[in-house]
Write a protein that binds this ligand. Sequence first.
Ligand code: ASP
Length: 452
Amino acid sequence: MIVCKFGGTSVASAEQIQKVANIVKSNPARKIVAVSAPGKRSGDDIKVTDLLINLAMAALKNEDIEKELQIVVNRFMAIADGLELDYTICDVIAEDLRERVQGDKSNEELFIDSIKAAGEDNNAKLIAAYFNSIGMTARYVSPKEGLVVNDLPERTYALPEAYANLAPLKNTKEIIVFPGFFGYTKAGILRTFDRGGSDITGSILAAAVEAELYENFTDVDCVFSANPKVVNDPVEIKEITYREMRELSYAGFSVFHDEALMPVYKIGVPVNIKNTNNPSAPGTRIVPRRSVTGRPVTGISADSGFSTLYVSKYLMNREVGFGRKLLQILEDENISYEHTPSGLDDISVIMRSNQITLENEERILSRVKNELHADDVQMRHGFSMIVIVGEGMRNNTGLAARAATAISKTGANIEMINQGSSEVSLVFGVLQEFENQILQALYEEFFAHVRV
Ligand code: ASP
C-alpha cells in the first residue's frame, strides 16, 4: 500500500485536482490520500489557510465576517464548478464555516486552529466527492477516527495510540481521502500542526498502516542540493537518507516539513518526493540508508532569523551545573535552543529569533548576570545558519577546512562552527547579510566541478 499526500499547489484548483485523480488512479496501491487545503494557483494568489486565518481574526475582533467567509466559499465554489460537482457541497462548506465561527472563543489559539483546519477538512470532503463522481470508490475519513494529539500548551504532536487507532485503515477497499494538518485531543478538541503540517499527517498515516512507500506530491521535480533561487541550476538529489533530509529541512529546505520525517523514520517507510505536474519524474527518495559514492556533500542549506546568547565567565568549565542553570533560564522563558557551541570559559546558545522579545531578552540578560554572575553576557541578532550535509562527510578529512576557506573568500567572518556528533552535518553561524554569497561559494566548492 502507498500513502500519498498532495500539497497545497497540487489541490489548488479543479485542474490540479484532476491531475491528482489521474495519479491516484494510475496505481491501485495508492489507497490513502492525505490532502492540504487549496494553496496558491499563481504567485500572487492567497492560500486558503491564510484566508481562513483572516476569517478567524475578524471573528475574534467581532467584525463582520461575511466578506472573509464568502472569499473562502468562492474558492471552493470555483473548484466545485470546474469539477462539475453539485453546488450543494458549497452550501455544506459555508454552513460548516459558519458553525466553526460560532465556536468557543475562550482560547484564541484553539479557536484559530478550528477555523484553519476547515481548509483541509472541506477539501478532503470535496475531493472524495469528486473521486466518487468519476467512478473511483472513495471515502472521506476524519482525523476524529483516531488521529489523537496531545493537549495544550505543548506544540501539537500525535500521541502513540494514534498509530494503533489508524492501523485498520490498511484494510480499506476504498480510496481513503484524509485531511492533513490536524488531529483531535482525547477530549475531542481540534488542534493543528505547524504550518505545512499536512506532510506530518501523511507520514503518520504511512507509519500507521506500515505502507511500502510514502509519496509526497508537491510542485517541484525533486529536492535540490541547494536553494535554486540562490544557486544557479543546482544538482538534483536522487536519493537521500532520513538523517540528511532532517538536517537540510531544518534549515531552509522547505520541500518537506522537518517534523514529518519522524513517524516514517521509526518504521522505515521510504519517502518519495514527487511532482504532481510531472508525475513521471522519479523525484527524490528518502531512505533509511544509502551507499555513499561520489561527492561527500549531499546538500547545503541556509536559514536566517537566529540570535545568539553569548555568556563568558572565568573558570566556567569547573563550575558544576553552569550549563543547566543557563538553559533553565531559557526554559523558564519557554525558549528552545538549536546549538550550544562552547569554549573553556564561554558558551553561546543559538536560538530562533522569533522566540525573543524586548521583555524576555531583558529578563534573560539580567538573570544571567545576577544569578550566574557571568563576566559578560550579550544577546546578538541577525544570524544565519549555513548547514553542509552529507553521509559521505564522515571520515572525510579536510572538509571543514575547504568550507572555511570558501567562506573566507566572501569576506564573511565565521561566528560559530558546530559539527554534529554524527558527523553528517557541519553548521556555520554567519551574519545574515552574507548568507547568499556564502551559499554560492560553498556550492561552487563542493558541487560545481563534479557532476555525479
Ligand atoms: N494548509 C496548511 C498550510 O498552509 C498545511 C499544509 O498545507 O500542509 O500551512
